[in-house]
Ligand binder design. Structure first.
Ligand SMILES: NC(=O)c1ccc[n+]([C@@H]2O[C@H](COP(=O)([O-])OP(=O)(O)OC[C@H]3O[C@@H](n4cnc5c(N)ncnc54)[C@H](OP(=O)(O)O)[C@@H]3O)[C@@H](O)[C@H]2O)c1
Length: 238
């Protein structure tokens, strides 16, 4: 298949009224909410997950199941199923959080979090690059817990370290993809009520988080590519 990223441009083109979004980790939490809001506003959604939830099935969007982002073969299968379908926005949302403390250092868990959070997102982006073109956008769903400057409480070794690596991958991608006209956003959703946070009462709802995240994605250009934003619009420190 011919690469869609062959032309050099200075500006990200407008995506127009309707665009195609591919979202990983789409069966629940923030990923599901992306699918819901995007479908509601009329965009085309490709929801990628390991197994579809009832809620996701009820949306009526295209769903690609059985995709584990830690596996080359699995992501290659996704790429083959897409059959060259153009993607305007790739949202690398799938992620895991496992608590790892200094007293109980679990290197297997740290490795697993790197595999999913950092390597998985980079693998999906690299393997789906032929589906992107000048004007497309890539989103890395990182975390403020991956901000070194913002780390005032320690712990969470695997999650923090893997999200730093993810953010760095996003920054490198922003440089490498800019000549192709593809912009990259490195986004923190806020503390959000999902299974990852045990639906913490101190968090914002997925609805509020994704509403802000979509504003950041809509405003993403080649001029502000590679920026680390909170869903509320604040630029976060590395
Ligand atoms: N919630 C927060 O407060 C918060 C804060 C900062 C950043 N984030 C980031 O936002 C993103 C979404 O988080 P969330 O809160 O919505 O979490 P969530 O409810 O736990 O959902 C995580 C998603 O990732 C998928 N996933 C995990 N491992 C995978 C793998 N190997 N291959 C494919 N999919 C995989 C899960 O699929 P399964 O159902 O198959 O497990 C699920 O769909 C994550 O990257 C997270 O780190 C969240």
């Amino acid at each position: 298949m011919e690469s869609r990223c062959s032309s050099k441009v200075d500006k990200v083109e407008s995506l127009g009224d309707m665009a195609t979004y591919l979202i990983t980790g789409a069966n629940r939490g923030i990923g599901y909410e992306y699918c819901r809001q995007l479908q509601k506003r009329g965009d085309t959604v490709v929801a990628v997950c390991r197994s579809a939830s009832k809620e996701l099935q009820a949306l009526g969007v295209r769903i690609e199941t059985g995709i584990d982002i830690t596996s080359d073969a699995s992501v290659a299968e996704l790429r083959d199923r897409l059959q060259g379908m153009p993607i305007d926005v790739l949202i690398n949302n799938a992620g895991i959080l496992e608590r790892v403390t200094l007293n109980e250092l679990d290197f297997e868990s740290i490795r697993k979090q790197f595999e999913v959070n950092a390597l998985g997102a980079l693998r999906v982006t690299q393997m789906l690059l032929p589906h992107l073109k000048a004007g497309s956008k890539v989103v890395m769903m990182t975390s403020r817990m991956g901000s070194i400057a913002d780390n005032t409480s320690g712990n969470s070794y695997g999650y923090r370290m893997s999200k730093v690596a993810l953010s760095m991958a996003g920054k490198s991608l922003s440089h490498d993809l800019k000549p192709l006209g593809i912009a990259v956003a490195i986004l923190h959703p806020g503390l959000v009520q999902t299974r990852m946070t045990n639906f913490t009462s101190g968090g914002i709802t997925p609805e509020v988080a994704v509403n802000g995240l979509l504003q950041r994605i809509d405003a993403l250009t080649l001029d502000n590519t590679g920026t680390f934003w909170h869903s509320n619009g604040e630029v976060l420190p590395w």
